[in-house]
Design a protein around this ligand. Structure first.
Ligand code: NOJ
Length: 514
């Protein structure tokens, strides 16, 4: 990682989100933690970690780490102790126990493909324990103040090591209550406020990023009044970007943005196209899910739980125009864009691998053995490198794309560089622009007197479209990549022609007249 920091900096990325690196039995790729205060030896040591943090900071890069708050591994010493501890003891109550599986019956199952109940029997404790994910991930009991203290101590431990924040895994599920869905309970929000108070007092620069796969209204709650998480992933936007593309319609984007309420000024959405999990389709209707499954996962092996376990480029049939289009949306819609490693070079996946492993294969750095990812014997790799005809690492790798000025990698670098240049993309407001064709989505991002008009053709056909830009009469649109000026906006609708899947980012410059 130390050797790759310059690459990350060269992308224009300013924050790394590290997936779990803690000691773990690895039955959920590290989301099953058995020790929160060290590093799994296969990744390095605490000293290595400190070097990484220091080296990242010296390049202006921040590091956000995973904090799997909701559950531990069943191999964690807390669970081993709890199952043997007397009923009613503090140690036993680190987890949630029951004599029956009837309790919290209104709570849904998340991993529907592999779990049939949120309760599993523990023969040592002679009781059922609660788990929202895999059975080997017992849920912690946050009604026990000792557990809250443990969590705060773990946060302090890593913040003292210099980390810049935490992605808080699965936080809607922290606390459960009878006759509720056991998600987003007021108690959970109270707990987050308590955590935030500690962060604000002791580590005011740290960021809390909520993983809460929810509708905008519910996700909005995780910002509180600016006193819970600083950031939250915008889950419902993601499938709608794919839907807008598949239907060649601006509707899905407009609909979701219109119900995305404003958030406290110091907060921000994290927006994304893909990540290490399945492309979740929980935040769409059943009909929309069927449509997205049929469109993007006709091969049923690609379906997992309520989602699709594929990477971006294979989802889009390696179509460079559509890959660019989704990135143009990602980089210009409100929120901090989060890129998934490998998507910047159009990496492929391997659906023959189990669970979500197919989208977690080694980064393709070069055409060297193991894609330059490791010098180990190939059979010793945790997951194999991609070797299929379209996506193999000899053809798709950083080395190759670095030297090609027209590569996807360099295209993304250039867009990120432009984005950094114009704060309106990061902090600006957003107003949809009226267009005469639903195949086009157009909006203006504005911050102070900086206005950027984004116009995107979601269809695989050339078209001319008219935009109502009354507020910008007299302004001159300047294309942000090539710097060319377009005709000034006049009183009548503004016409643009766009190639299939083409887009413009146009700075609206005020033309002063004396
Ligand atoms: C969300 C993580 O992103 C996912 O990979 C994991 O399996 C679950 N939480 C359970 O920790």
């Amino acid at each position: 990682m130390l050797r790759k920091l310059d690459y990350i900096a060269s992308l224009g990325v300013n924050t790394i989100w590290l997936l779990p690196f803690y000691p773990s039995p690895g039955r959920d790729d590290g989301y099953d933690i058995s020790d929160y205060r060290s590093i799994s030896p296969e990744y390095g040591s605490i000293e290595d970690f400190s070097r990484l943090v220091e080296a990242a900071h010296s390049r202006g890069i921040r590091i956000i780490i995973e904090l799997v708050v909701n559950h531990t591994s069943d191999e964690h010493p807390w669970f081993q102790r709890a199952r043997r501890a007397p009923e009613g003891s503090i140690e036993r109550d680190y987890y949630v126990w029951s004599d029956t599986t009837e309790k919290f019956a209104d709570t849904r199952i998340i991993f529907v493909d592999s779990q049939t109940s949120n309760w599993s029997w523990d023969p040592v404790a002679c009781a059922y324990y609660w788990h929202r994910f895999y059975a080997h991930q017992p849920d912690l009991n946050f009604r026990n103040p000792a557990v809250v203290d443990e969590l705060l101590a773990i946060m302090r431990f890593w913040l003292e090591k210099g980390v810049d924040g935490f992605r808080l895994d699965a936080i809607p599920h922290l606390i459960e209550r009878e006759n509720t869905s056991s998600e987003n309970l007021p108690e959970t929000h109270q707990l987050l406020k308590q955590i935030r108070r500690v962060i604000d007092t002791e580590f005011p620069d740290a960021v809390l990023l909520a993983e809460a796969n929810l509708w905008p209204d519910d996700a909005r709650e995780y910002f509180g009044d600016g006193d819970e998480c600083h950031m939250a992933f915008h889950f419902p936007l993601m499938p709608r970007l794919f839907m807008a593309l598949a239907k060649s319609s601006s509707g899905p984007i407009r609909d979701i943005m219109e119900v995305t309420l404003s958030i406290p000024s110091q907060c921000q959405w994290a927006i994304f196209l893909r990540n290490h999990d399945e492309l979740t389709l929980e935040m769409v209707s059943e009909e929309e899910r069927e449509f997205l499954w049929d469109t993007f996962a006709a091969d049923k092996r690609a379906r997992l739980n309520l989602g699709i376990r594929r990477r971006l480029s294979p989802l889009l049939d390696q179509d460079r125009r559509r890959i660019e289009l989704l990135h143009i949306l990602l980089l210009s819609l409100p929120g901090s864009p989060v890129l998934y490693y490998g998507d910047e070079i159009g990496m492929g996946d391997n659906i023959a691998l189990g669970d979500r492993d197919g989208v977690r294969t080694p980064m393709q750095w070069s055409a060297d053995e193991n894609a330059g990812f490791s010098t180990a014997t190939p059979s010793a790799l945790d997951l194999p490198v991609i070797v299929d005809p379209h996506f193999n690492y000899q053809a798709i790798n950083v080395d190759q794309q670095d030297g090609d000025q027209h590569s996807l990698l360099n295209w993304i670098r250039e867009r990120l560089c432009i984005r950094h240049h114009y704060p309106a993309f990061a902090r600006g407001g957003m107003d949809f622009v009226e267009v005469d064709d639903h195949k086009v989505v157009a909006y203006v991002r504005s911050l102070g007197d900086q206005h950027i008009l984004c116009v995107i053709n979601l269809a695989n056909q050339p078209l001319a479209t008219s935009l109502i830009l009354s507020d910008f009469e007299g302004f001159v649109p300047k294309e942000l990549v090539g710097g060319q000026s377009f005709p000034a906006v006049a009183a009548r609708p503004y016409t643009l022609t766009l190639q299939p899947y083409a887009y413009f980012w146009l700075l609206l410059e005020h033309r002063y007249t004396c």
